[in-house]
Design a protein around this ligand. Structure first.
Ligand SMILES: Cc1cc2nc3c(=O)[nH]c(=O)nc-3n(C[C@H](O)[C@H](O)[C@H](O)COP(=O)(O)O)c2cc1C
Length: 199
């Protein structure tokens, strides 16, 4: 697949087939993704992959977090129970949840560099997966900022920053592309002496 084709045709996948992606293929995808740019060669990305039975605990932790954040408040006990069951089922039906995190650098500049490198890594994962017919959804849900959730997955909120979860699996449905804004609206050329024209 041409690079441009992967970049333009990759879509965020919300519907996955009930089929695991082979471990070897996931390993190949994550290994190639690690060629992402990384200042000072920090390679800050770390991955916890929740799959098979591991998804049960993961889904429980997500639901506990939603409960703490008041997501189910205002609903009857029965209704909130049904909502919880629905979310649990939805989460365990997604074949793989790749939680991507990094160690927090105390220096703000280095923290930003590390964060940026991990984002480049995540997009590499999405593109490499797409090339192999594997779909992904990059998510940043509120539980990533919930200290109890962070502790629940065995990490330390003072030391670790959760950056995203890539939900992964073979696509059941590929959504239509959402059009992008013309580069004419985004791209400004400075090929002249601009000293007196910017403020
Ligand atoms: C940092 C980041 C966080 C995202 N978080 C979510 C999310 O929580 N839920 C979701 O449905 N999509 C999420 N997305 C996916 C975007 O909604 C998606 O990329 C956008 O709608 C464009 O669709 P496309 O990726 O198919 O081109 C996220 C994307 C990025 C880059």
């Amino acid at each position: 697949m041409e690079l441009v084709e992967a970049i333009e045709n990759r879509r965020s996948i919300h519907d996955f087939r009930q089929e695991e992606v082979p471990e070897g293929l996931l390993n190949e995808i994550f290994t190639s993704a690690s060629w992402a740019p990384t200042h000072r060669m920090k390679e800050p990305w770390q991955i916890y992959m929740f799959q098979e039975e591991g998804k049960q605990v993961y889904a429980d932790l997500v639901l506990q977090s939603y409960t703490r954040k008041g997501f189910f408040e205002g609903y009857s006990k029965e209704k909130s129970q049904r909502m919880k069951q629905g979310i649990h089922e939805f989460l365990v039906n997604i074949p793989h949840h790749a939680l991507i995190f990094m160690e927090k650098d105390a220096n703000e500049h280095k923290y930003e560099e590390d964060y940026a490198a991990v984002c480049a890594f995540i997009q590499n994962v999405q593109l490499l997966a797409w090339e192999k017919g594997v779909g992904g959804l990059w998510t940043t849900s509120p539980y990533l900022h919930d200290d109890e959730f962070i502790k629940g997955v065995g990490l330390n909120p003072s030391l670790h920053k959760l950056i995203g979860v890539i939900q992964m699996g073979y696509p059941k449905k590929v959504p239509k592309a959402k059009p992008r804004t013309s580069m004419e609206d985004k791209y400004t050329l400075f090929n002249y002496n601009f000293k007196n024209s910017v403020y």
